[in-house]
Design a protein around this ligand. Structure first.
Ligand SMILES: Cc1ncc(COP(=O)(O)O)c(C=O)c1O
Length: 396
């Protein structure tokens, strides 16, 4: 089918939640995707932080093929070998003790919100159901997670929001302290706000949140849906900050393209989830956990942590050269989560980049966001840079 044919069919039969989509993508290999007309595109958005090993990585493809031939789905009423192995691998590489599997980032955050409330109730604080979250945050699209998301544009038309969420400015410890009440049970934060504009916290902010949580007996929840695994240069993003949360959520790149989410917690918190308290039919099924296991093993074997740091630093330096063309504030981020912050509206630049063969996204109007696969090289960065340079010249 041609792009026009796919578009016509999709427009007729699929609800219009994504607006006009620029491309119909039909094939992928490494950091490249091809559209229905056979045009090649460099994918620096990576399925919005999902394709961290690039497209169709042979080890992930092989794991899915083998598992599909053996056992695709059984319910969580039975033990599942790749699920158990995946949980062990994640726990062995971090500081948390147990995990719960689901299908997406929003579901992982739902699980985190539920366990925070349940843990408080189990510990004699049944009225402590409030969670402090940050302005400009993004936590998902279910009712609880849009409520947790500190951006009113996501709330409009869906009111009333769920009770129990208080918003404070990101990177402001005093505001957090002032927002704590006897009803507070947790603080939920992204170590770097990605969707909100690639906002990197000041040195000491995450440590400060940890201290506040310890002083007030609150759970610290990190939404690492975009920052783990590997993207910031360590297995878990928080490890690059040296701050350990009580609860952590991940999804996106975890399955290397297969839909899976996870919520990890320290043992004493994990114990609040007992039979009957939470579940997901597909959560961690054999197919997706086999894919995730292959994904994580590959990141570790190929030491993509080091690559994320070195290529990420190169990208940040390289894109500062755009200053010679347009007013630029900074390039900010960590590892391979980077945002080029313009002084001019970046939406038209992003659109032009897509026309010119570079898949990227504009966030917060001024920020061109990159979340490429962790195994890209400096040559790929140069290729992306040339396309951005050309696109800026065309739009300005
Ligand atoms: C930080 C963060 N949390 C949660 C989500 C929601 O993830 P999903 O779309 O898989 O539900 C996203 C999605 O972009 C995200 O960036």
């Amino acid at each position: 089918m041609t792009t026009a044919e796919i578009k016509e069919m999709a427009t007729k039969y699929i609800m219009n939640t994504y607006g006009d989509r620029k491309l119909a993508l039909v094939r992928g290999e490494g950091p490249y995707v091809w559209d229905a007309e056979g045009k090649k595109h460099l994918d620096f958005l990576g399925g919005i932080a999902v394709n961290g090993l690039g497209h169709c990585h042979p080890k992930v493809v092989e794991a899915i093929q083998k598992q599909a031939e053996k056992l695709m789905h059984v319910s969580n009423l039975y033990y599942i070998e790749p699920q158990a192995k995946l949980a062990k691998l994640m726990i062995d590489n971090g500081e948390l003790d147990q995990c719960f599997f689901c299908n997406s980032g929003a579901e992982a955050n739902e699980a985190a919100i539920k366990i925070a409330r349940k843990y408080a109730a189990d510990n004699g604080k049944s009225n402590a159901y409030e969670i402090i979250t940050m302005d400009n945050s993004f936590h998902g699209r279910t009712m609880a997670t849009i409520t947790a998301t500190g951006q009113t544009k996501y709330h409009k038309g869906f009111e009333p929001m769920l009770p129990g969420f208080n918003y404070v400015p990101f990177d402001d410890l005093d505001a957090v302290t002032q927002a704590i009440t006897t009803q507070t049970c947790a603080i939920l934060v992204e170590p770097i706000q990605s969707e909100g504009g690639v906002n990197v916290p000041s040195v000491g902010y995450l440590e400060g949140l940890r201290k506040i949580c310890d002083q007030h007996n609150l759970l610290l929840i990190f939404d690492e849906v975009q920052t783990s695994p590997g993207r910031l240069g360590a297995f878990f993003g928080h490890q690059t900050y040296g701050v350990v949360p009580d609860v952590l959520t991940m999804a996106k790149f975890l399955g290397g393209g297969a839909p899976i989410g996870a919520m990890l917690a320290k043992k004493e918190v994990a114990e609040s989830f007992v039979p009957g308290t939470h579940a997901a039919t597909f959560g961690g099924n054999p197919l997706v956990t086999a894919a995730a296991l292959a994904t994580l093993e590959t990141i570790i074997e190929e030491d993509l942590f080091a690559n994320a740091i070195s290529v990420g630093n190169y990208l940040a330096e390289k894109f500062m050269h755009l200053q010679k063309l347009v007013p630029l504030q900074e390039v900010r981020g960590r590892g391979l989560l980077q945002g080029v912050v313009f002084d001019i509206d970046a939406k038209s630049i992003a659109t032009k980049c897509i026309e010119n063969g570079l898949i990227t996204i504009c966030t917060n109007d001024y920020v061109l966001r990159f979340m490429p696969p962790l195994n890209i090289t400096k040559d790929h960065v140069d290729e992306a840079y040339d396309i951005v340079e050309k696109s800026i010249a065309e739009v300005t």
